[in-house]
Design a binder for this molecule. Structure first.
Ligand code: FES
Length: 115
């Protein structure tokens, strides 16, 4: 049932096109800005979040992240996460290797998971 009340103003051509509710406007904005931004050796990279290891996803998207062991032991893949939606909490390998640097936003790309 349509309970919409039409007023004189709503009958003006072009005014009948309803704007999306504020909640929808906000939601589309969130989707547009959902990118993981990391920095390694002063080089900033935007990664579109796909489920998997951050390193693998970044490499698949053509980002040149340095890495070596892929086991969480060498630290070559350390990145600073500037914007990180959908990233897992640091695992034990990251905590062991990075120690307090985790609180400054550093992660091991080979260990961090994107959900
Ligand atoms: S590649 Fe060695 S710690 Fe990630």
């Amino acid at each position: 049932m349509n309970n919409r009340v039409y007023t004189v103003g709503s009958l003006i051509p072009g005014r009948l096109i309803a704007k999306p509710p504020v909640s929808e406007q906000t939601e589309s904005k969130v989707i547009k800005t959902e990118v993981i931004t990391v920095e390694q050796n002063g080089k900033r990279m935007d990664i579109h979040p796909v489920k998997g290891k951050l390193l693998d996803i970044a490499l698949n998207q053509g980002k040149q992240i340095n890495y070596k062991c892929r086991k969480g032991t060498c630290g070559q893949c350390t990145v600073k996460v500037l914007i990180g939606p959908r990233l897992s909490a640091p695992n034990s390998q990251e905590q062991k290797k990075l120690k307090n640097e985790i609180t400054n936003g550093y992660r091991l790309a080979c260990q961090a998971e994107i959900h």
